[in-house]
Design a binder for this molecule. Structure first.
Ligand SMILES: Cc1cc2nc3c(=O)[nH]c(=O)nc-3n(C[C@H](O)[C@H](O)[C@H](O)COP(=O)(O)OP(=O)(O)OC[C@H]3O[C@@H](n4cnc5c(N)ncnc54)[C@H](O)[C@@H]3O)c2cc1C
Length: 379
């Protein structure tokens, strides 16, 4: 009988947990190292599209996720509170939820698959031939190493990948607050408050609120301002400033103002390669992107999944070549998504509405679990 192959993964984020589950379900013995003393079950909200939802179906996490998430009736875009578009996104699968809910569903799937998750275990380095070392001095030899340890990846940096980082001019502070639908409806009775509503204001000041219902009880709001705008990017938020521009959102902005919050500048990370020997990078470690298309976690999960499939199909001797082949096939989709996300963020073009057509939905419609996807694409 063939020996069980061992994978060591750095980072228990969305990418690490999907890679771990997909590998364990294919017979690998998997351990995930998480530097945090506790697992990160909190955060604001997230939007997922068909590409990552298909991965969640395949690893068996969908049932749990559907229980406390929603597909809003439309994605609405407003400029100066005037509706530019209401896109019902027909034919595109999408879902909104809290990050905590997604995380807990992934953790459940990972544990059910037999993955060992080790909090308080900080990875300090990895080698191309499969040795992973943690801060307590322990080194483990593995058949596969996955660097899923986010923008500051220790696996990536210890292996000497070349990294390019670009910052965009805008950034976002995210909050999870109560829905307060009745109070919002009292202020604007004609609004469908179950929609995602992308409230833009460019003149006289660039401020944007992305209003995203995450479930019946919770609302995810993301407040965007340029980094150069000290008042707009301040945390806790300047309530007078935000309610002066978005008075119809006053009830939920008041809740947000009570939370400390953290302003994140948009950034794009690119690396020269995603693999070295038997080590591979996935998620923000390899390809952090601006959130314009809401696909950073989506690409992270699709790449984590396809990595597990490609690694399992290869023998030990073939693994380095198989990982290189995986990057060659999968990376162009993520590169294009990253480029578009950066362009939309830089130009703020999504403020014009009708955002989800043509090439901007390429990633949302990608089918990472279809084994014939590349043949179909080249046909
Ligand atoms: C404002 C904003 C909005 C976004 N909205 C969306 C959205 O709607 N949809 C979407 O798909 N994406 C969205 N994204 C992107 C998404 O959040 C990220 O792409 C995604 O979380 C990346 O997941 P990851 O697992 O690669 O990295 P992370 O989530 O960063 O996880 C990395 C994990 O590794 C751990 N770690 C780090 N270093 C070590 C180490 N040395 N040893 C062990 N563990 C370590 C960390 O503690 C962490 O738990 C958004 C991003 C931003 C900034």
């Amino acid at each position: 009988m063939a020996e069980t192959r061992r994978a060591e993964i750095s980072g228990a984020g969305f990418a690490g947990l999907v890679a771990a589950t997909a590998l364990a379900q294919r017979g690998w013995q998997v351990r995930v190292h998480e530097k945090g003393e506790t697992l990160r079950t909190e955060g604001a909200g997230i939007v997922l599209w068909g590409n990552s939802l298909q991965v969640l179906d395949d690893i068996g996490a969908t049932h749990d996720i559907m229980s406390n998430s929603m597909t809003p009736p439309a994605y609405e875009t407003r400029m100066d509170n005037v509706i530019q578009s209401q896109e019902t996104l027909d034919g595109i699968r999408w879902r909104t939820m809290t990050r905590g809910h997604l995380f807990n569903s992934l953790l459940l799937a990972a544990r059910e698959a037999g993955v060992e998750v080790k909090p308080g275990s900080r990875v300090v380095s990895a080698t191309a031939d499969g040795v992973l070392t943690t801060a307590d001095g322990a080194s483990t030899k593995a058949d596969l190493i996955v660097g899923a340890d986010g923008v500051g990846s220790a696996v990536r940096d210890s292996l000497g990948f070349e990294v390019r980082r670009e910052r965009s001019r805008d950034g976002i502070t995210r909050f999870l607050v109560p829905r307060r639908k009745a109070e919002l409806s009292a202020l604007e009775p004609d609004t469908e408050w179950d929609n995602v509503i992308d409230f833009w204001n460019l003149d006289p000041r660039v401020l944007r609120v992305l209003y995203t219902p995450a479930n019946d009880e919770e609302l995810y709001i993301a407040l965007m301002a340029p980094a150069a705008d000290a008042e707009g990017s301040r945390v806790p938020i300047d309530l007078d400033l935000w309610t002066s521009i978005f008075p119809q959102l006053a009830p939920v902005l008041q809740d947000a103002a009570r939370i400390q919050g953290r302003y994140y500048g948009y950034q794009t990370t690119r690396v020269d390669s995603w693999t070295r020997g038997v080590a591979a990078l996935v998620g923000d470690a390899a390809h952090a992107m601006c959130p314009a298309l809401a696909q950073g976690a989506g690409c992270a999960m699709q790449n984590a999944y396809t990595l597990a499939v490609a690694a399992t199909a290869a023998s030990d001797d073939e693994l380095p070549a198989a990982l290189a082949g995986w990057e060659r096939l999968e990376r162009p989709y993520t590169d294009r998504c990253q480029d578009r996300s950066q362009e939309y963020a830089d130009t703020r073009a999504m403020s014009q509405g009708n955002q989800f057509t043509g090439e901007s939905v390429e990633t949302a419609l990608y089918e990472p679990t279809d084994p014939h996807r590349h043949e179909k694409a080249s046909a």
